[in-house]
Design a protein around this ligand. Structure first.
Ligand SMILES: Cc1cc2nc3c(=O)[nH]c(=O)nc-3n(C[C@H](O)[C@H](O)[C@H](O)COP(=O)(O)OP(=O)(O)OC[C@H]3O[C@@H](n4cnc5c(N)ncnc54)[C@H](O)[C@@H]3O)c2cc1C
Length: 426
């Protein structure tokens, strides 16, 4: 039989292409990073999740689910003020002195032809002031790594590069055009982001093709067998894996130590999520926002109850903070994180301590891949090694690529589809 490891969106995408395969998932439910969790009638996603896919095929799946279409207007919190996002071309609220320094730095920036690391790239794109005051503090919180050690291949259109006119214009007025890379953000009416995947999950469950609490711990590529933590062993013909590269290599019974060591060196961030339920409706017109200031541990926050009012009981509301950490340094302490998020709520004048009904702290072991200068080459070598040895990697951590959920879905779909086509040709 064909086996899919992981019931995240990549694994479910693979199942859409090959619905005779069997999915094994370590968690008690499907969805992976796209799954949600419920507390006292409140629903939270695992970090901000909205769909902005332009892919017609993914839309044909997602659009089966009733959803809201939100116009994205993200904000940034910088020194006690709300700036529209991206901050570099929305500097209107900052002081005159800061504007002069920011615009001057931008105009004097030295556009290097071949910056080789993220710090140099950012300095050469935005100038000294914007780098030191906005990009550096935010990106250090988000990537938890020395920006000089990061590569630049992953940037693509993820960070907006304004013209001088746009920087100047945005420093004179709030009325700037929306330059965010997505023009529409879709989110299910009910059931959280995970609801986009529910029809596929239900199909796999109806077919008895999905098993939960099945953590793969050992893979024998010679015998084509997988052993699970509960002791069961299953054989496979084709194996599709969305297990992180850092983990899967440690599970292989036969694999050169040098290859295992290379996989173990890949870096990624983890997240501490602080979710807050409010006893009343907090009126914040910001669905999600970025936090530049260092005194606030979170790099980002979003309001689940603004994404969909169904995410909170009537008359109540919610927020979730994303605090990133490098697993090498261990997770920040629960109480410190919660205390800091309450401090942030009060400082940003979003809510008072008395408005809080509950707080929840949980950890997501895998957040973002940290793109060092050689990460893309290393992950290519590793995924090629897996393919040569009969394991097809897929998804964000299986392929070790900066994939959004739609891309992870397509990653799974395409690898399974390709194997079916190859099988038919034989
Ligand atoms: C903070 C954050 C915000 C994001 N926001 C957005 C957004 O707004 N829009 C968007 O489109 N995308 C967003 N993404 C990206 C999106 O979440 C991912 O691209 C997508 O969920 C990855 O899916 P996946 O199936 O590849 O991986 P995962 O969701 O990680 O799924 C892998 C699955 O494998 C299982 N597994 C792991 N090891 C084992 C094992 N040994 N045995 C069995 N099962 C195992 C895991 O439990 C998991 O269920 C965001 C990501 C992050 C981190």
């Amino acid at each position: 039989m064909n086996i899919i490891l992981g019931a995240g969106i990549a694994g479910l995408g693979a199942y859409c292409a090959d619905n005779s395969s069997y999915i094994f998932e370590q968690a008690p439910k499907a969805g992976g990073l796209c799954a949600n969790f419920a507390i006292n009638g409140f629903l939270f996603d695992k970090a901000v999740h909205l769909s902005f896919t332009n892919d017609a095929f993914v839309r044909s799946y997602f659009d089966r689910v009733k959803h809201y279409s939100h116009h994205p207007i993200p904000y940034s919190w910088y020194h006690e003020q709300w700036l529209q996002h991206p901050a570099q071309n929305n500097l209107y609220p900052i002081s005159a002195e800061e504007k002069v320094a920011a615009v001057k730095g931008f105009m004097e920036r030295e556009a290097k032809n071949n910056p080789s690391n993220f710090e140099d790239w950012t300095r050469s794109q935005y100038g000294e002031w914007l780098y030191e005051n906005l990009f550096k503090p935010y990106n250090e919180k988000y990537w938890c790594t020395d920006l000089k050690k990061m590569g630049i291949d992953w940037i693509q259109n993820r960070i907006y590069r304004p013209s001088v006119d746009e920087v100047l214009y945005g420093s004179y007025t709030f009325e700037t055009p929306n330059t965010y890379y997505a023009k529409e953000m879709r989110y299910p009416h009910t059931g959280g982001y995970e609801a986009f995947l529910t029809p596929v999950i239900q199909q796999a469950e109806r077919n008895h093709h999905i098993q939960y609490n099945k953590k793969a711990v050992w893979i024998d590529i010679g015998r084509k067998e997988i052993k699970f933590a509960d002791g069961e062993t299953v054989s496979y013909e084709q194996l599709f894996s969305s297990i992180p590269l850092t983990d899967i290599f440690q599970m292989l019974t036969v694999c050169p130590e040098t290859v295992k060591e290379e996989a173990a060196k890949l870096e990624y961030t983890s997240l501490s999520l602080v979710s807050v339920g409010f006893r009343k409706n907090i009126h914040l017109d910001k669905m999600w926002f970025y936090i530049y200031d260092r005194d606030i541990m979170a790099a980002r926050a979003y309001m689940p109850s603004v994404k969909s009012p169904q995410n909170a009981p009537t008359g109540k509301s919610s927020i979730q903070f994303e605090i990133y950490f490098h697993p090498r340094n261990g997770a920040p302490e629960r109480d410190i994180c919660i205390e800091n998020c309450i401090y942030a709520l009060e400082k940003m004048k979003i809510a008072d301590k008395e408005d809080i009904l509950f707080t929840d702290y949980r950890i997501l072991p895998y957040g973002n891949i940290i793109f060092k200068k050689d990460t893309i080459k290393t992950s290519k070598r590793l995924t090629d090694w897996l393919r040569t040895n009969g394991i097809t990697p897929m998804g964000r951590f299986g392929e070790w690529k900066y994939l959004w959920s739609d891309q992870a879905f397509l990653s799974g779909y395409h690898v399974a589809q390709k194997q079916i086509t190859n099988g038919e040709k034989k």
